[in-house]
Design a protein around this ligand. Structure first.
Ligand code: GLU
Length: 483
């Protein structure tokens, strides 16, 4: 069999949607599984809807997901000459013809047909123009579009790898335009010319293009090229079974990135969305490549389940390398407004890794981790007034001071040592950790909840811990003077 070549062809009219990312992933996994080539092509011929500024963000989303392309990116807007040559060939071979009807005339006839309850397709009036009729149109200065000659009878069969055999009645096929009067190709034509020139063997794309496929097959036949294999991937729907859109929450890949989802979690989630391999839920990329098969993609629509994505994200946060996760948390400390860029850069990697370890059981996203971590990393402290009132009471004053002294000269400011030294000191005072733990916590963090007390101290470091224990005692003294 020839080398497998697939493509993904986003139109830069919006950011990369998760549904498109999933179709891309299926293309990519199929290519990797087959040791084939994956091509990126931007379909940017629609000058009205195109947003060139989105090309880079779309590629950035692909890079973030790890879906790197082997060839491209190609831009259809730079390939008009190729489409023109192919359209010309079809014209010369009698598979296409010039149509001089203006958009206004077409629209008027379409409305007329609709009113008379007739099929509003093109009435083929330019298909057999006499040379005189043509000359008359040219004299009027009309610029012809090119239309393909569609058959009037029979069926066009799409043998789809996911959907199976789908038949389209050829009588529904219009003599559709392949090149507009201004020389621009139409979508279906440019797709086929590119798929042919790029030697695409498998066209794997969204279900919503299935209706375009019989038209494209017609173009393949007219150009006398063999058909690729088609696989139409079912839609991704929201829980209410409508098309997944903004009103359901995040839809762009970049939004998931901003919400602190890990790329490996999103890839794993999207792969399992409509595809399965037994009951397995968690897949490494290598496992996905090894097991992925288009034949196992479910032909019905898949429902996007936010909770499951979060569950997977949590799995990757818990099982990932804390240092690597910590590095990703660093960016969120800035994005969430907890720290300046330079302060965030100054936090040691080991500290971030420890923080990830502390919070990973209860935090499901990088955003949650950054929010949980911020109080441990900031220079300033903000006190919870309730906590202060309840736990920073005069009876704690000597204990907090005693601990500050005890901690001043511990050789290593590490969790286990601090725990040992604190318990030892408290014992000499006839107290236990329970008597002072919450007061200590409020003193050093301002809060009544958080990571383990001594782990927190290790992260804060000796200077902050001792300063804050004493600062708490100043608060206690002030409060007792005021009362
Ligand atoms: N440009 C099309 C889209 O963004 C893809 C068409 C195709 O894959 O054939 O939906």
């Amino acid at each position: 069999m020839a080398e497998v070549r697939v493509r993904f062809a986003p139109s830069p009219t919006g950011e990369l949607h998760v549904g498109s990312a999933r179709t891309t992933l299926f293309n990519w996994l199929f290519a990797k599984h087959q040791r084939g080539t994956y091509i990126l092509r931007f379909e940017d011929t629609d000058t009205e809807r195109n947003r060139p500024e989105l090309v880079e963000p779309i590629m950035e989303s692909y890079r973030w997901l790890g879906l790197l392309w082997d060839e491209g990116p190609y831009f259809q807007s730079q390939r008009f000459e190729l489409y023109r040559q192919h359209a010309q060939k079809l014209l010369e071979q009698g598979h296409a013809y010039k149509c001089y009807c203006t958009p206004e005339e077409l629209e008027a006839r379409r409305k007329e047909a609709m009113a008379a309850k007739r099929n509003p397709r093109y009435d083929r009036r330019c298909r057999d123009l006499t040379p005189e009729q043509e000359q008359a149109f040219i004299k009027e200065g009309r610029k012809p579009a090119l239309r393909i000659k569609a058959p009037s009878t029979g069926v066009t069969v799409v043998d789809d790898l996911i959907r199976g055999r789908v038949e389209f009645d050829s009588t529904d096929l219009d003599d559709f335009i392949i090149q507009r009067g201004d020389g621009r190709p139409t979508y279906n034509f440019a797709v086929v010319v590119d798929d042919v020139l790029m030697k695409i063997t498998h066209v794997i794309r969204a279900d919503e293009h299935l209706n375009n496929t019989p038209k494209q097959i017609l173009i393949y036949r007219a150009l006398n090229y063999p058909l690729p294999v088609f696989a139409h991937v079912p839609m991704v729907l929201a829980k209410d079974r409508s098309k997944l859109s903004k009103r359901h929450g995040s839809t762009a890949v970049s939004e998931f990135q901003d919400r602190g989802i890990l790329p490996e979690a999103l890839v794993n989630y999207l792969a399992r969305l409509g595809w399965s391999h037994g009951d397995q839920e968690i897949f490494t990329i290598d496992e996905l490549i090894q097991h992925f098969a288009l034949e196992q993609v479910h032909p019905s629509a898949a429902i996007f389940d936010e909770e499951k994505l979060l569950w997977l994200n949590h799995h990757y946060i818990k099982s990932g390398d804390p240092k690597k996760i910590g590095e990703q948390v660093r960016a969120f400390l800035v994005k969430r407004g907890h720290m300046s860029e330079s302060d965030a850069q100054a936090v040691p990697s080991e500290t971030l890794a420890k923080i990830v370890d502390f919070f990973k059981e209860r935090n499901r996203t990088l955003v949650e981790l950054a929010d949980s971590a911020s109080y441990l990393l900031k220079d300033s402290i903000s006190y919870d007034p309730e906590g202060v009132k309840k736990f920073l009471t005069p009876d704690k004053f000597p204990l907090l001071e005693g601990l500050a002294i005890a901690f001043s000269d511990v050789p290593e400011f590490k969790t286990a040592t601090l725990d040992h030294v604190a318990r030892g000191y408290l014992e000499t005072k006839g107290k236990t950790l329970k008597d002072v733990a919450q007061s200590c916590r409020v003193a050093i963090t301002g809060r009544t909840t958080g990571a383990g007390l001594f782990e927190t101290m290790e992260i804060l470091g000796r200077d902050k811990v001792i300063t804050r224990l004493r600062q708490a005692n100043t608060l206690i003294s002030q409060a007792s003077r005021e009362n």
